[in-house]
Design a protein around this ligand. Structure first.
Ligand code: HEM
Length: 289
């Protein structure tokens, strides 16, 4: 069913022949049915009267959405590697690089908070902290940063807990990369391939040697596409490191060395977290090329 739009809705103003968009829908709009914008834009339940709280909450929600997209890409890449479909994996990793850039740009509205500005709503956050973000934890698990104790905060939320527990025991993206390299005939040690997947990935000198050999001879038969995989993973690692550091600096500006709402030592704790290398051998191998 369509009807003639009122004159001011055509967007043309002077009776041009350009077709105007449909205005008439029996129920909710098809846009709403797909995007659920009405749900999304009514999830901002503010806890203070401070006008600056809105952008803090929405930035956090936007980052959660990016975490969700990035987890999706890395799970796509992991599955593709398991099935030896390298181009599909590299495409997903490259998409995730653009998405990580967008994620990192979303620090801008929070990057220069002063302590007084942050204090205006900090009390309203109670013990809430990004440390309790389950989607961020899934990102870290996919990067190989596994830890069973990170499930503990989610004991009261069965679906979240179950998803995290599954992710804890599944191979990380890096485990899938190393499995793929082994099937390509590269000497990834059995101890790495058979490692306890629920434990944090520990760097291995033999894996470092595998990357060093690939990077030393990028033109050799079959090496070029593996070096491209290594570079896509390095881009991911660098941007994750940048996210951690932007978070650290924003936190230092907003609250100095106070303890965090999540109960940690705050900046001192985040500094330790930011030092962790993602895909460690991809960085150390460079010294041997
Ligand atoms: C300027 C505002 C922010 C400050 C001052 C801040 C502060 C902190 C602090 C002190 C911690 C350590 C845990 C604790 O004791 O709470 C933490 C952890 C964390 N925050 Fe923030 N945060 C800010 C913004 C954000 C935003 C917008 C996000 C997006 C989701 C976020 C995500 C996280 C995550 C994921 C962790 C855990 C990191 C890890 O496990 O290594 N934070 N934050």
């Amino acid at each position: 069913m369509s009807s003639t739009p009122p004159p001011d809705a055509t967007g043309s103003g002077s009776g041009s022949a350009v077709d105007a968009p449909n205005l008439d829908f029996a129920g909710t709009t098809p846009y709403e049915d797909y995007v659920q914008a009405d749900v999304l834009t009514h999830l901002q339940h503010l806890r203070s009267d401070d006008p600056g709280e809105m952008v803090f909450l929405v930035t956090t929600q936007v980052m959660e959405l990016w975490f969700t997209v990035i987890v999706h890409e890395w799970e796509t890449a992991s599955r593709a590697l398991r099935e030896d479909r390298l181009p599909v994996a590299v495409d997903a990793l490259k998409r995730s690089v653009r998405e990580l850039e967008a994620l990192n740009h979303s620090w801008r509205p929070l990057a220069q908070l002063t302590p007084a500005q942050f204090n205006a709503y900090r009390g309203a956050l109670g013990e809430g902290s990004g440390f309790q973000s389950a989607m961020y934890r899934r990102m870290e698990f996919l990067l190989g940063e596994k830890s069973a104790s990170m499930l503990v905060p989610h004991r009261g939320a069965p679906r979240v807990h179950a998803e995290l527990e599954k992710a804890l025991h599944e191979p990380s993206l890096y485990d899938e990369v190393l499995g793929f390299l082994a099937r390509r005939g590269l000497p990834v040690p059995a101890s790495v391939l058979g490692r306890d997947l629920a434990q944090r990935y520990e760097p291995s000198p033999q894996v470092e040697a595998v990357w060093a050999a690939l990077y030393a001879e990028p033109e050799a038969d079959g090496n070029a596409e593996l070096v491209r995989l290594g570079e896509a993973l390095s881009d991911v690692a660098e941007l994750v490191w940048r996210w951690r550091n932007d978070h650290l600096v924003a936190t230092r500006r907003a609250m100095g060395s106070k303890t965090g709402t999540g109960g940690s030592a705050g900046v001192a704790w985040l500094e330790k977290r930011a030092q962790k290398n993602v895909f460690p051998e991809l960085w150390t191998a460079r010294s041997h090329v």
